[in-house]
Design a protein around this ligand. Structure first.
Ligand code: ADP
Ligand code: ADP
Length: 232
């Protein structure tokens, strides 16, 4: 359902052009957990930002459910973006709002009726195991708990796709593993497509069905995760 065809992203720096993404073609199927791995600066974030329309490719097509999003109007793009949840390395929670208010903010932005929000917030927090933390502020939570709230918020508007940008990179190994297990569970239960970018190979091994390896803007390898790790 996500199809990138010959996608390139160029950034103009002072006296040179940076080719952050260079002629990438990928097809990600509905319901899979697809990983994009590579070192810092490989172009992973830029590539993923083309999938939610935050970064317009210099050339190439980005199709979501068959619709090319590179030529949509702002209004249409907004509709597409409603179907995409995003989670971040540093959680991006609003620090002076409670957990419940953080999620309410996303629900309101998605047009969810205010009256029905408390029940929905409880459902979302139960899904991530934090129903009892609705009235806590982010600084009362551990890193793993903050990311669980980030996941609950990303799922607020029932997206078909969850984009995760280094979502476990700020967490210790054990907590990262908990988040990996939670995402696997959510993928299975909600049939949601997950695209996850990381430089952490242990996370890649445990989480991804298939993956692409990026280096210097280029996809150098794609395939099933166990096959890629079997052929060094
Ligand atoms: P990764 O996510 O793999 O760390 P990025 O996609 O963030 O890689 O960056 C890829 C390359 O593009 C890097 O060389 C980075 O400096 C450059 N880059 C990213 N965003 C911009 C930007 N807005 N302007 C100029 N260069 C950028
Ligand atoms: P971590 O080991 O991930 O840093 P913490 O030591 O920060 O985790 O937190 C451990 C537990 O204590 C967590 O369940 C967290 O929710 C709780 N906690 C931490 N700080 C506060 C606080 N200020 N108020 C309430 N609970 C807190």
């Amino acid at each position: 359902q996500i199809e990138l065809t010959n996608v390139s992203v160029l950034f103009k720096a002072k006296n040179r052009t940076i080719s952050a993404v260079n002629d990438v073609s990928l097809a990600i199927e509905a319901g899979e957990i697809y990983g994009i791995v590579g070192l810092s600066g490989a172009g992973k974030s830029t590539l993923v930002r083309t999938i939610n329309g935050l970064q317009k490719p210099s050339t190439g097509l980005v199709k979501i459910n068959g619709i090319d999003i590179t030529s949509l109007t702002k209004q249409k793009l907004k509709q597409v973006r409603q179907k995409i949840g995003f989670i971040f390395q540093n959680f991006n929670l609003i620090s002076n709002r409670t957990v419940g208010q953080n999620i309410a903010f996303a629900l309101t932005a998605g047009g969810y009726p205010e009256k029905e929000q408390p029940a929905k917030i409880n459902e979302l927090l139960s899904l991530v195991g934090l129903a009892d933390r609705v009235d806590n502020y982010p600084n009362q939570l551990s890193g793993g708990q903050k990311q669980r709230v980030g996941i609950a918020r990303a799922l607020a508007n029932e997206p078909e796709i969850l984009l995760c940008d280094e979502a476990t990179s700020a967490l210790d190994v054990a907590t990262a593993e908990e988040i990996v297990n939670l995402l696997k569970d959510i993928n299975k239960r909600l049939k949601i497509t997950i695209v996850f970018i990381t430089h952490q190979m242990e996370v890649a091994k445990k989480l991804f069905n298939r993956m692409a390896v990026m280096d210097n803007g280029v996809v150098v390898e794609t395939g099933k995760t166990y096959e890629i790790f079997a052929n060094p």
